[in-house]
Design a protein around this ligand. Structure first.
Ligand SMILES: *Cc1c(COP(=O)(O)O)cnc(C)c1O
Length: 322
C-alpha cells in the first residue's frame, strides 16, 4: 500500500517486478502465495497479525496494491473486483447534490454507471470537453466536487492536459480523477501531474493476458484512501486472491509490453494515415493529431490504441473492415 524512498530510487522495471513483494516469511517462497483463506486464527480475541477477514484485506491483495501503488508513485493503492467497481467506490465517497464534471468521450460503462445508477441517488453529472480550458472554467461551479478525466479517451483517443485540469480543480477545491487505463503507469503518471486519484481497469494493460477482471485506485490523499477502504469493507467489491496473483504476474512485464504495444500502434497508425480509403486516424503519436503536443509532454510513449474513420461512412463499410 505504501512505497518507500528506496523503492522511489528504483527504475520502473525493477519496481514492476519487485515492489510490494517480499519472500513468504514462513517458507521463503519468492512468489507471493495465493492466500486462499477467508479468515485467520487469533491468538486471543482481537489479537491478530493484521488480517482478520478476507473482505477487509488479504495478503495477496496487499502485495498487489503495494505493487501498483509503487508504479503510480502513490502512497495508497486500493484494489477492487473490476474497473467499474473502482469507479463505484469513488462515487460513493460523494454526497447527494455533489456535481461531477466528466470528459465528453468516456468509457461506456463509466457513462452508464454515472447516468443510469448514481444520477438516481442525487449526484449530478455534466459532460465537458476538457481539451478546452475556457469551457471547463465556465463549468467549474461551487458544487463541483470531482473532475473525471480519461486521457487518452476510450474510444476516440482524445488527449486532455492533466496538469492544466488539475490546477483548475485545485482552484475551486475539487478533486481530479484520471482513468489511466489506456496509458498505464509506464506511459503516464497522473498523480505526478497533480491528479488526486488515478483509476485503472486492471483487466486491460495491467493484467495483460485477458484472463482476469480487476480495478484499482491509487492516491496520495489519505482522506480518499480511508474512504475507499471503508467502501471495500462496507460494499465488498473485492478481488479474489487468485485474481490478485494473476495481476501481480501481469505487472511484471508491463513495461516490456507497453514498449511493444506503442511501437506496433505507431506503425499501424502511420499505415492507416497514408491509406487512401481512410478519412481520419486518431492516434496521439501522429504529429498531425490535435493531442500530439500535450501527449508528448505528459506521456512516455503514445500507447497501443488506435481508432480511425473510413472515407466511406456507411456502417456496412466499417463492419466489412472489422
Ligand atoms: C474497461 C474499462 C473500464 C472498466 O473496467 P472493467 O474492469 O471492465 O470493469 C474503465 N475505464 C476504461 C477506460 C476501460 O477501458
Amino acid at each position: 500500500m505504501t512505497y518507500s524512498e528506496s523503492e522511489k530510487a528504483q527504475g520502473f522495471g525493477t519496481l514492476a517486478v519487485h515492489a510490494g513483494q517480499v519472500p513468504d516469511p514462513s517458507t521463503g517462497a519468492i512468489m507471493t502465495p495465493i492466500y486462499q483463506t477467508s479468515t485467520y486464527v487469533q491468538s486471543a480475541p482481537g489479537d491478530h497479525r493484521g488480517y482478520e477477514y478476507g473482505r477487509v484485506s488479504n495478503p495477496t491483495r496487499t502485495a498487489l496494491e503495494a505493487n501498483i501503488a509503487a508504479l503510480e508513485a502513490a502512497r495508497h493503492g486500493i484494489a477492487f473486483a473490476s474497473g467499474v467497481a473502482a469507479t463505484d467506490g469513488i462515487l460513493k465517497g460523494l454526497e447527494p447534490g455533489d456535481r461531477v464534471l466528466a470528459v465528453t468521450d468516456l468509457y461506456g460503462g463509466t457513462y452508464r454507471l454515472f447516468v443510469q445508477v448514481f444520477a438516481r441517488y442525487g449526484l449530478h453529472f455534466e459532460f465537458v470537453d476538457m481539451r478546452d480550458m475556457e469551457r471547463l472554467g465556465r463549468a467549474l461551479r461551487d458544487d463541483v466536487k470531482l473532475l473525471w478525466v480519461e486521457t487518452p479517451t476510450n474510444p476516440l483517443l482524445q488527449i486532455v492536459d492533466i496538469a492544466a485540469v488539475a490546477s483548475a480543480a485545485d482552484a475551486v477545491g475539487a478533486h481530479l480523477v484520471v482513468d489511466n487505463t489506456f496509458a498505464s503507469p509506464y506511459l503516464q503518471r497522473p498523480l505526478e501531474l497533480g491528479a488526486h486519484l488515478v483509476l485503472h481497469s486492471s483487466t486491460k494493460y495491467l493484467g495483460g493476458h485477458s484472463d482476469v477482471v480487476g480495478g484499482i485506485v491509487c492516491t496520495n490523499h489519505d482522506g480518499w484512501a480511508e474512504k475507499l477502504r471503508f467502501q471495500i469493507k462496507s460494499s465488498g467489491a473485492v478481488p479474489g486472491p487468485m485474481d490478485c496473483f494473476l495481476l501481480l504476474r501481469g505487472t511484471k512485464t508491463l513495461h516490456l509490453r507497453m514498449d511493444a504495444h506503442s511501437r506496433n500502434a505507431s506503425q499501424v497508425a502511420e499505415y492507416l494515415h497514408a491509406h487512401p480509403r481512410v478519412e481520419r486516424v486518431m492516434y496521439p503519436g501522429l504529429p498531425t493529431d490535435p493531442g500530439y503536443a500535450v501527449a508528448r509532454r505528459q506521456m512516455r510513449l503514445f500507447g497501443g490504441m488506435v481508432s480511425f474513420q473510413l472515407k466511406d461512412d456507411r456502417v456496412e463499410a466499417a463492419v466489412q473492415v472489422l
